[in-house]
Design a binder for this molecule. Structure first.
Ligand code: 13P
Length: 249
């Protein structure tokens, strides 16, 4: 059985104090961690404060970075390395988010390099994939997503530390959620792809999250679907009450 994972992507929101307070409020919630894993992804500057808030709560909440660079150190102005995020308390990293792909023009090859380095460093990787609206309308959503997946995971032998997040770009921050049926169809396709490359055992254990306008009132219907194992939540994770409602779907 796959344990659900509900992950918060706080994107470029919250200052240090706001992030620490929100982490504390999430940790104070009445969550049954034997039933659900919870992850918080603050911006780089807030990882330390969020990790400390989580630690002092004693709750098994995972802290993630929203991105990372491939090199350990060096003359890479503006970049943040894996040892840096680990030192700040992150145990996981989101890679290939559509905003990284579309706004910052990250390629599958670059994402793939980061996936390798992050896994080697023992981090859990939340690998995001998802099609644009025009790709869905052109009927190529499956091809686009599977191509992103294949290239981003090229050469990765073991998916033990990998979580996949399907985030259709047209559903992110728009209030338009994919229907549970459409999301399930893509998740099933992703799982079939994983079966072909990694075998049934891995495919059955890998978690596939849905992301894109997840809210307290749509999470339960999404989670009823066989291949939806959790959510990657943006806007609705920025308030403790709505995020806790999603965690306790
Ligand atoms: P929203 O939940 O705000 O649509 O964002 C989804 C997302 O991009 C999470 O990574």
């Amino acid at each position: 059985m796959r344990k659900p994972l509900i992950a918060a992507n706080w994107k470029m929101f919250l200052n240090v104090k706001e992030a620490a307070d929100l982490a504390g409020a999430v940790c104070n919630g009445n969550t049954d961690y034997s039933k659900t894993d919870v992850m918080l992804a603050p911006s780089f500057t807030n990882i330390t404060a969020v990790s400390e808030a989580v630690k002092s709560s004693g709750k098994p909440v995972i802290v993630a970075a929203q991105n990372v660079y491939t090199e350990e150190s060096g003359a890479f102005t503006g970049e943040v390395s894996i040892p840096m995020i680990k030192g700040a308390g992150a145990g996981a990293v989101i890679l290939g988010h559509s905003e990284r792909r579309n706004v910052f023009k990250e390629t599958d090859e670059f994402i793939n390099a980061k996936v390798h380095k992050s896994i080697e460093a023992g981090l859990t990787v939340v690998l995001c994939v998802g099609e644009l609206l025009q790709e869905r309308e052109a009927g190529v959503a499956f091809e686009v997503v599977l191509a992103q997946l294949g290239k981003s995971l090229a050469g990765v032998k073991d998916l033990n530390k990998v979580v996949i997040a399907y985030e259709p770009v047209w559903a992110i921050g728009t209030g338009k959620t994919a229907s549970p049926e459409d999301a399930q169809a893509m998740h099933a396709e992703i799982r079939r792809f994983i079966t072909r490359i990694y075998g049934e055992h891995t495919a059955k254990s890998v978690r596939i999250l849905y992301g894109g306008s997840v809210k307290p009132d749509n999470i339960a219907d999404l989670m009823k679907k066989d291949d939806i194992d959790g959510a990657l939540v943006g806007g609705a994770s920025l308030k403790a009450d709505s995020f806790l409602k999603i965690i306790n779907f």
